[in-house]
Design a protein around this ligand. Structure first.
Ligand code: ADP
Length: 165
């Protein structure tokens, strides 16, 4: 139950979480009483994930260990159903470039049709992260690039290990 608390959901595949995600989630946690980071179990838009849903949620849990109002959760259902089940009033998404806008605009209309009572809100990427994506980080790591400034230390280590295999 929400107990009158304002709850937001920050959905994503987080494969893996980047400093850009941490920025958006951290900023959302200052606006809302409680932020659920919804980790999509099997993202449709992407091919097989590099990390399992549990691993992806684990990185987020440890990154937000000090934030009492941030709670990562894996989900496999429709986003608006997940939001309703958890008493969330708002879906919060990060926006980088114009390229994010088109997809987000379409999803916004679809979600609004399915659940008019749930609002979507958009947080603009901070300039230092506006180029940063999980896909870019994986590509860099694959070719031996240094990702230590782009992801939490634990994620940089896990990426190097996973890619070596
Ligand atoms: P990605 O597109 O990096 O694979 P996700 O699908 O996990 O990321 O995205 C989760 C949410 O985080 C989306 O709303 C996405 O637009 C947002 N996001 C991802 N990277 C950044 C960033 N560097 N700055 C701001 N928002 C971001």
């Amino acid at each position: 139950m929400s107990d009158g608390k304002r709850i937001a959901i920050c959905p994503g595949s987080y494969d893996p979480v980047t400093n850009g995600h941490l920025d958006i989630i951290g900023r959302a946690s200052r606006i809302f009483d409680h932020v659920i980071v919804g980790v999509v179990n099997q993202p449709l838009r992407k091919n097989k994930t590099l990390f399992t849903a549990e691993e992806r949620a684990g990185f987020l849990e440890r990154a937000f260990a000090e934030h009492e109002n941030v709670e990562p959760m894996v989900f496999s259902t429709l986003l608006v159903d997940f939001a309703r089940e958890n008493g969330a009033s708002t879906i919060v998404k990060g926006l980088r470039a114009i390229s994010d806008f088109e997809y987000e605009f379409e999803m916004n209309q679809l979600n609004r049709k399915l659940a008019p009572e749930i609002e979507s809100a958009y947080v603009m990427a901070s300039p230092e992260y506006s180029f940063l994506s999980s896909t870019g980080v994986k590509e860099l790591a694959t070719f031996g690039g240094d990702v230590s400034d782009l992801v939490p230390a634990e994620v940089a280590k896990a990426l190097a290990e996973r890619i070596e295999r």
